[in-house]
Design a binder for this molecule. Structure first.
Ligand code: ZN
Length: 367
């Protein structure tokens, strides 16, 4: 299982897919599903949707992971060929200078570029410790004029991502672009494979969603169409076992999968997810039965689509499950393969134990 996940994740991290431009990632995943004899379709927003039929009439489950990644969009092409950009998603400006990037012009036609960093020898003492706001940043793609940039297929609106990379670190760890959330997509494919082998299972919808990094609402159209009873989002959970994160929680990279007990974002979205108690209990019990570690996360500042999906129809019982990740939204994020394997096992055990009697009645969970 570990080798299959490693190979899926590697393939997926090397495919560019800025929010709103997920087509190449979607094509790969549709083929991976088709290899498992699972048919899928794409909704108008771009979500890839597949359904594995259940063996009983219990509550239905929508599992979802987002295909898109954050990045930049061309805002202006200077007469001298340098390119100005707009941010798309939570791009950390601190981590941008001297990164290599890719202008996504089209398969086989993509153009590499470098985000400029002022020559060190000309940097004043005061400038050395200042983060450059993104409007001052420019990208050098090697051209001397706007005409040459346009001739290469780059225009206002062209999507840009961190240059796709995968670096195997010691042990079972992988550093790469868009671990968030290609690792979630890899787990979903591996899980689909495992679910097909279950003798008893609920109806499970697999949704590979779009535009999560843009507005957190891409999965909503899929949830509206599928009307699931339960929704489980698979995504990063912040690892807090580095010195700069220590006060934020107890989530250890390599310490197993994690579930979010509380998320909220007050700036702009005013949304978050407090998971349905039946789902917390379901996955707690599954972890105990399978002797799998299950870490817990509760913090403000990060959100997923589950915040909006839970509000669809008369309400969807929602929870965020994930894998610890370090250095989120940087060009190289780090995850641990053993956590991805653990997450797959946890999901299989939890979802496999949802039967026709599984209750989502809030009145049974008064604390
Ligand atoms: Zn994510």
């Amino acid at each position: 299982m570990k080798d299959r996940i490693r190979s899926l994740l590697t393939d997926l991290m090397l495919i560019p897919g800025l929010s709103g431009y997920e087509g190449r990632v979607r094509r790969y995943l549709a083929e991976a599903l088709s290899d498992l004899d699972i048919t899928s379709h794409t909704d108008r927003l771009g979500n890839l949707v597949a359904t594995i039929d259940g063996t009983h009439q219990g509550p239905s489950v929508m599992l979802f992971a987002h295909m898109d990644q954050l990045g930049l969009v061309v805002r202006k092409i200077e007469a001298n060929g340098l390119v100005r950009v707009e941010r798309l998603g939570g791009v950390p400006e601190r981590a941008l200078p001297s990164q290599s990037v890719l202008f996504c012009v089209g398969p086989g036609r993509d153009v590499p570029g470098v985000i400029a960093n002022k020559s060190h020898h000309a940097t004043s003492q005061e400038e050395k410790y200042r983060v450059l706001p993104y409007p001052q940043i420019y990208i050098d793609a090697g051209f001397d004029s706007a005409t040459d940039v346009l001739a290469a297929g780059i225009d206002v609106g062209t999507p840009i991502v961190y240059a796709p990379k995968m670096v195997e670190l010691g042990g079972q760890r992988i550093a790469g672009t868009a671990v968030d959330d290609r690792a979630g997509c890899a787990v979903m494919i591996e899980l689909a494979h495992a679910l097909l082998g279950l003798r008893r299972r609920p109806r499970v919808h697999l949704v590979f969603s779009v535009q999560e990094e843009f507005n957190l609402r891409g999965a909503v159209t899929a949830a509206q169409a599928l009307a699931p009873d339960i929704a489980v989002q698979l995504d990063i959970i912040l690892a807090t076992d580095t010195p700069d994160m220590a006060a934020r929680g107890e989530v250890r990279l390599g310490g197993g999968p994690a579930m979010s007990l509380y998320s909220f974002h007050g700036r702009g979205t005013l949304n978050g997810t407090i998971p349905h108690p039946a789902l917390v209990q379901l996955f707690d019990n599954a972890a105990a039965r399978e002797k799998l570690p299950l870490q817990r996360s509760a913090h403000i500042g990060a959100l997923t689509d589950s915040s909006y999906v839970q509000l669809v129809g008369a309400g969807v019982a929602a929870i965020d499950l994930g894998f610890p990740t370090r250095y989120t939204h940087s060009s190289l994020e780090v995850c641990d393969l053993t956590d991805l394997v653990g997450l797959t096992r946890l999901l299989l055990a939890g979802i496999g134990s949802i039967d026709a009697t599984f209750s989502l009645d809030r009145d049974e969970f008064i604390s």
